[in-house]
Design a protein around this ligand. Structure first.
Ligand code: PRP
Ligand code: MN
Ligand code: MG
Length: 179
């Protein structure tokens, strides 16, 4: 698996430091609010599990499976719900947890949906923000890393469902998807 990685972009230590920073900030901003953290499956699972353990406040969690990429390296722009939330967001302070914001299509769709469902507030925490990929102008409120315009995998992020279990974030070598 590791031989498919051209370079390590963020090491386990880099990621840990950023997750601690984001967790501390969220703990302050959401103290006493009992926020609902929504993990956007599947990419955000690794980040989500690390992030919530850095927050020394009551939080609830739920999961939603929304997919826009399929098995391609370029976003199709299409968003579909594969699994909905179990929890009602009405009147809740929700925090959408994303591994990466690229075109913005997933986030745009989710924010619209959750506001229709009358969440009290909606904020976004994204481990990575790929601003060069943006086609819809949405912004994450809390960002770990601003990433260059490269195809990154690991720490939850996949290429064709692979590499999610890499403990670091790396750039995929072109030989993997050009043959
Ligand atoms: C990836 C990533 C984000 C989304 C970002 O998910 O995890 O959720 O794409 O791209 P966008 O800003 O262009 O919408 P994907 O749809 O690949 O599903 P996955 O998380 O299950 O891999
Ligand atoms: Mn995703
Ligand atoms: Mg994906």
């Amino acid at each position: 698996m590791q031989e498919d990685i051209k370079k390590v972009l963020y090491s386990q230590e880099d990621i840990h430091n950023v997750v601690v920073r984001l967790g501390k900030q969220l703990a302050v901003d959401y103290a006493g609010k009992n926020p609902l953290f929504i993990c956007v499956l599947k990419g955000a699972i690794v980040f989500m599990t690390d992030l919530i353990r850095q927050i020394d406040e009551f939080v609830e969690i739920d999961f939603m499976d929304v997919s826009s990429y399929g098995n391609a390296t370029v976003s199709s722009g299409e968003v579909k719900i594969l699994k909905d939330l179990d929890t009602s967001v009405q009147g809740r302070d929700v925090v959408i947890v994303e591994d990466i914001v690229d075109t913005g299509a997933t986030l745009h769709y989710l924010i619209k949906l959750l506001s229709t469902r009358q969440a009290a507030s909606i904020k976004v925490v994204a481990l990575m923000d790929k601003q060069a990929g943006r086609t819809i102008p949405v912004k994450a409120d809390y960002v770990g890393f601003d990433v260059p315009n490269e195809f990154v995998v690991g720490y939850g992020l996949d290429y064709a469902e692979r590499y999610r279990n890499l403990p670091y974030i790396g750039v995929l070598d072109e030989h993997v998807y050009t043959h």
